[in-house]
Design a protein around this ligand. Sequence first.
Ligand code: NAP
Length: 297
Amino acid sequence: MLTGMQIAVLGGDARQLEIIRKLTELDAKISLIGFEQLDHAFTGAVKEKIDEVEFNAVDAIILPVPGTNLEGEIETIFSNEKIKLTEEALKETPSHCKIYSGITNKYLSEITSSAERELIQLFERDDVAIYNSIPTVEGTIMMAIQHTDFTIHGSNLIVLGLGRVGMSVARTFHHLGARVKVGARKSEHLARITEMGLIPFHMDDLEQEVSNSDMLINTIPAQVVTAGVIAKMPAHTLIIDLASKPGGTDFRYAEKRGVKALLAPGLPGIVAPKSAGQILANVLSQLLLNDLTSRKE
Ligand code: NAP
């Protein structure tokens, strides 16, 4: 149980509600900042304004998946209030206070480091990334269906990258009956692609491999779907780029050539906010329990 732990939850979207539900069930005391338009009440959670929070009593701060923007502002869909996380606020917290976020940026990394508080990026964890790949794939299937006039079954699909998302995408589309080729650069990835019953190719050969593609799903966060690659694709190919912004596709050239290319960020939060929230809630509650136990020892 998290009895006696004081946690500040700052902003967010529907995913945060699953986190709040789980942490209140575990008996934590929660300050909700940026939730005044939320109708639902959670026992043990109190809505507060950012300037009312007693940071000197806060054991953990939970930020939404994107963390802050480059000015320190935190997005919330439950309030019009502007919430900003500052270095001064962090310095007021006890030294054991940890900051939990999905990802970070220059601002957030700098203020946590200057305030000497530990920042934990949940999306860097393999377990979170792998669980999160499940709703990501479901969202990708939804987009593939919405934006094509042919079935996934029997289509020629190229997946780029065999990381945590790429592997789930390749496997699921294979099970849906697509002919899946996967591009990677490491020999162990090429071996794994073969073992999965899929067709491997080296990324160096991408231009030659796209000539009969119906769909290309990119998971590589680097400019790999270049103008040269797009020029070799059939014009009906659909590109779904899952890599984090700005994606790995030359969108300008795709538009010029009339190839439909879609950047599709944040699919878990769009197609399955409840499940995506539960993934975060389960990992977070375990980390907070470990933290509380180690402080008691
Ligand atoms: P990951 O496990 O790190 O996989 C990335 C893959 O890209 C690895 O296989 C890596 O291969 C490869 N790669 C990186 N740079 C490369 C390059 N220059 N050339 C060739 N291959 C390269 O990451 P992930 O968890 O699968 O996530 C992939 C991307 O999807 C990230 O940008 C992530 O933020 C994003 N994402 C998007 C959504 C969404 O909703 N759209 C959801 C989850 C994640 P090596 O091992 O050879 O480096």
